[in-house]
Ligand binder design. Structure first.
Ligand code: AMP
Length: 112
């Protein structure tokens, strides 16, 4: 999507600190980290949110989560949290589906 910053990162048109990529998934460090490890995991293809997904996106959602597990392992994060903000009221500021992979510190529950 033309004016989507995460599409631009996925296409290599905008710089980011990439940590992982394959045909379907791209991951990079968050610009404003909320934990020592804070990595965003996105689909290469534009998908606005989890609510915008359909049955056809099931495999892609699985790939995003498996990428998160692989990145956590690669970064020796035994304990980590995957967060997906869906909708502005839940804190979604970028309308391109993304998981936050957070780790490297104690993560309290419940989240704010
Ligand atoms: P959310 O608020 O759940 O939509 O998360 C969006 C995240 O994207 C925030 O944590 C931002 O810090 C992060 N972010 C925004 N622009 C960039 C960028 N160009 N590179 C890396 N992270 C970004």
């Amino acid at each position: 999507m033309a004016d989507c910053i995460f599409c631009k990162i996925a296409a290599g048109e905008m710089r980011a600190r990439l940590v992982y990529e394959n045909d379907d998934v791209v991951a990079f460090h968050d610009l404003n980290p909320q934990a020592p490890a804070h990595i965003l995991i996105i689909p290469r293809r534009h998908v606005a949110s989890l609510s915008a997904c359909s049955e056809e996106d099931g495999a892609l959602l699985g790939k995003l989560q498996l990428a998160a597990a692989a990145i956590a392992k690669e970064n020796k994060l035994e304990n980590f949290r995957l967060v997906l903000n869906n909708g502005k009221g839940a804190g979604q500021s970028v309308a391109h589906l993304h998981y936050h992979l957070l780790g490297g510190r104690r993560l309290n529950w419940p989240p704010g």
